[in-house]
Write a protein that binds this ligand. Structure first.
Ligand SMILES: Cc1cc2nc3c(=O)[nH]c(=O)nc-3n(C[C@H](O)[C@H](O)[C@H](O)COP(=O)(O)OP(=O)(O)OC[C@H]3O[C@@H](n4cnc5c(N)ncnc54)[C@H](O)[C@@H]3O)c2cc1C
Length: 370
């Protein structure tokens, strides 16, 4: 069948790989250029890697494995040391990669699987009968299946349900960069994903294989209200990393859809990835990859597009509802007041030692239905 995918980001490229491998004729309309750029780094937990595996991508040509996640107080006290993005017993390690490198690697794989990407093709919405996509120049592209993987501001989401919510600022923004700080090579901070919990947010850093420090600062409050060095002035290691920064990206706001979209599919159209559930840092890309694997599995197993989309929706709804609830809880934890932070400092070492795996294991255990 003919498939049109809107958006060649993580969700769209991964779905194109899966559906092309099933023998379908896949065209991907991408508003941006052929080669993605920018966007700092992203981590893929083991559930994301498992989804990629079932899509036929057992290994990525980008990124590096990260075994441990270490949590620190602003004063440099170690709160906990846990397996990063996996169960401790899982030998598969999470991967951290440049975001653009990951997207370009997936685009290469989808072209190799037979899909065609049209860069510079912005989709404006759906045709009036909802059977085709409407390009910005008003051309209608009809197909048997339309996959809306067009991210946060999806015009397809709005066309499927004009009453669906507009994205709102989630009260959190990220500033990312690189640093040349020559941190002492102490084994507690090397080859690990370090998260320092500070008054104004969380500061993440890890050492890339070339020795550079990659960092991301997640800052609570009004967008760009605080300069990144001001936000982490109370934390010794983060402020030294920022002082030696070799690049600092523009502040990037995080968004929510509130309420979450109620319409996921029509007889021919499926929403997935951030177009449906902008979960944000940590698991947003993983959910996009799981969606791609679930949709591919549903298409493989069903005799009609309508039946496949019903299966896709039934499989994904409970999982996404649970992940969205967890993302809300995590946001509230990061935005906690100073009393709560003091309590966190006391309780977190215990929770990380005894309850972390129980609290997070369900995320990583997910087996994509194929
Ligand atoms: C700071 C930050 C850090 C993050 N870190 C992580 C992490 O470590 N791990 C993790 O799992 N997730 C992380 N996420 C979340 C993750 O980045 C997203 O969930 C993921 O990129 C969603 O992929 P997507 O393909 O659905 O959407 P997008 O990445 O937004 O891709 C959408 C694509 O559609 C194209 N497009 C948009 N509109 C149109 C149109 N009208 N017509 C045609 N094409 C269009 C865009 O150009 C783009 O290529 C992070 C998010 C942020 C903000």
């Amino acid at each position: 069948m003919q498939v049109t995918i809107v958006g060649a980001g993580i969700a769209g490229s991964a779905t194109a790989i899966g559906l092309s491998a099933l023998g379908h004729q896949v065209t991907v309309c991408e508003a941006g250029p052929a080669v993605a750029t920018g966007g700092s780094f992203i981590s893929l937990a083991t559930n994301a890697l498992r989804a990629l595996d079932v899509l036929g991508v057992p290994e990525l040509p980008v990124g590096f494995p990260v075994a441990r996640q270490r949590m620190w107080t602003a004063s440099g006290r170690l709160l906990g040391d846990v397996a990063r993005g996996r169960r401790a017993s899982d030998p598969t390690l999470s991967i951290t990669a440049p975001r653009a490198g990951l997207v370009n690697a997936l685009r290469d794989r989808c072209r190799a699987a037979g899909a065609t990407i049209w860069p510079g093709s912005r989709v404006a919405g759906l045709s009036d009968d909802l059977l085709g996509v409407r390009l910005a120049d008003e051309t209608i592209l009809e197909s048997d299946l339309i996959v809306a993987a067009d991210g946060l501001r999806s015009p397809i989401r709005a066309a499927l349900d004009p009453a669906s919510a507009e994205p709102v600022y989630a009260g959190l923004y990220t500033v990312a960069g690189t640093s040349a700080l020559d941190l002492p090579r102490d084994s507690a901070r090397d080859s690990a994903f370090n998260m320092t919990i500070c008054r104004n947010g969380a500061f993440i850093h890890l050492r890339a294989p070339d020795g550079a420090i990659w960092w991301q600062a997640q800052i609570n409050g009004a967008l760009a209200a605080l300069d990144v060095s001001e936000a982490f002035a109370d934390a010794a290691v983060p402020s030294a990393i920022i002082a030696a920064a070799t690049s600092v990206d523009r502040p990037q706001p995080h968004h929510l859809l509130d309420p979450a979209p109620s319409v996921w599919t029509s007889s021919r159209v499926a929403l997935l990835g951030d177009a449906l559930h902008p979960i944000g840092a940590g698991q947003g890309a993983a959910m996009a990859l799981e969606d791609a694997a679930a949709l591919t599995g549903a298409v493989r197993g069903a005799s009609t597009v309508e039946a496949a989309l019903a299966v896709y929706e039934a499989v994904r709804r409970p999982r996404i509802a649970k992940v969205l609830r967890t993302a809300d809880d995590n946001r509230n934890l990061k935005a906690a007041g100073s009393l709560s932070r003091t309590l966190q400092g006391l309780i977190m070492p215990l929770v990380l030692r005894h309850g972390y795996e129980r609290a997070t294991g369900w995320l990583y255990d997910y087996e994509p239905a194929v």
